[in-house]
Design a protein around this ligand. Structure first.
Ligand SMILES: [Zn+2]
Length: 405
């Protein structure tokens, strides 16, 4: 069969080599030119030219002498984190986070806003645009190159829209990508929130995850999973793969807005947990999720029992993910994972072990996320990756003041 892949011209090969060196620098943090040549397989002269360009663009800086093999000294190179940045956004049902990140994916500053229960999607997006504008204004000494946003699913990457946010209507009418791009004149990378969180895990440990299948389970105001296999996201046809929140665990259960019955999300999100605690414990007090968290940590037996049953439901979703994707590692993150992480992990492991073939269970590592704010961080990382894949366009012209778009 004839291949439909296009060839590469000289310029794109040069840019691909630059991307390779950028990614190596990002992983190694501080590295000599000779080491970069060795790791990339490029000629020493090519690496020297690339580093010269990067230094002219303000993208990297020299760090002083490194002592290498046989006591030979060479100059270290590192990515300069002061000049450029990206914006990361996380949209959730009851809050949003907007942060400024450097090119290593480290958070420089951020804004978190809670949403009033009656607020409309339109108001939430306008509020987010205000937060982005604020961050841009406060950090005008830094050149911001792109915006990455993590959105709850089912999110259609093709249309740039949230197709459904259970409990909230009107999201499907907002073209988020188009709005953000025209407001800020920056490239906008949108991703499902669990996928973005999976990318954040990978960015922090690429050597390990490159040969493995990772499933990131977000247990927050919604429930979902991001699947990464051999370093690549598994998105499916329109980007909604891993939507375990809408996997039915009870075909006679309540009808969900997605059309299915008894969706997992209705049993084990932080919203479901808060609702159940209020129903049983304190209908008149109308506890918020922060109160429920406190009750569990203080040892309230009823709150603990409801929390444990949420963990059991979540375990069913995890068992389904294990049977469908056979991941080598499962990372559990988002708000529910912060309440009593050790107890939660112990319970989930026990339940999953009961329901999975022993050899399959033995081949999977289940752990809690160690990254604070995986979703917003993953969104920012995807924006960094976008500009790293196009160094000439974003870093060269940025120095001359031209608009890269
Ligand atoms: Zn559903």
């Amino acid at each position: 069969m004839e291949s439909t892949r296009k060839g590469f011209n000289q310029n794109s090969i040069q840019d691909m080599n630059r991307t390779l060196i950028l990614n190596l620098l990002r992983r190694q943090n501080n590295c000599a030119r000779t080491e970069l040549a060795k790791m990339s397989g490029l000629k020493q002269a090519t690496v020297t030219n690339i580093i010269n360009d990067f230094m002219d663009w303000g993208l990297v800086k020299e760090t002083g002498f490194l002592t290498g093999n046989k006591g030979r000294r060479s100059i270290g190179i590192t990515i300069d984190t002061d000049l450029f940045g990206v914006i990361g956004v996380q949209v959730a049902r009851r809050h949003h986070i907007v942060g400024l990140f450097d090119l290593l994916g480290q958070r420089v500053s951020y804004i978190r806003n809670e949403h009033a229960p009656t607020i409309s999607p339109r108001q939430i997006m306008d509020d987010i645009y205000c937060s982005i504008a604020n961050l841009l204004e406060k950090n005008d000494d830094r050149k911001i190159l792109a915006i990455g946003a993590a959105l709850p699913g089912p999110f259609s990457i093709k249309d740039g829209k949230i197709e459904l946010m259970t409990g909230y209507t009107g999201w499907e009418e907002i073209d988020i990508r188009q709005e953000m791009e025209s407001r800020f004149g920056l490239p906008v990378i949108l991703e499902n929130d669990a996928n973005a969180a999976a990318v954040a895990q990978y960015w922090n440990d690429p050597e390990w995850y490159e040969n493995n299948t990772l499933a990131y389970i977000c247990a927050g105001e919604g429930v979902g999973a991001g699947i990464l296999t051999e370093g690549k996201l598994f998105r499916g046809a329109v980007g909604t793969a891993g939507e375990i929140g809408h996997m039915s665990i009870n075909f006679k259960g309540e009808r969900c807005a997605c059309g299915n019955r008894g969706c997992l999300e209705g049993y084990c999100s932080t919203i479901a947990l808060t609702k159940e605690v209020n129903r049983i414990l304190a209908p008149e007090r109308n506890y918020k999720y922060s109160d429920v968290k406190r009750l569990i940590r203080e040892g309230n037996p009823i709150a603990i029992e409801i929390f444990s049953s949420c963990c059991d439901y979540l375990s069913i979703g995890i068992v389904n993910i294990i049977n469908a994707f056979n991941p080598s590692v499962i990372v559990i993150g988002d708000e529910m994972s912060h309440v009593v992480p050790e107890e939660m992990l112990r319970r989930i492991k026990r339940r999953v072990k009961e329901c999975v073939v022993p050899s399959v269970y033995d081949s999977v590592t289940i752990k809690m996320s160690a990254i604070d704010g995986s979703m917003v961080c993953g969104a920012a990382i995807m924006a960094v990756q976008y500009v790293f894949d196009r160094p000439e366009k974003y870093f060269n012209t940025a120095q001359t003041g031209d608009n890269p778009d």
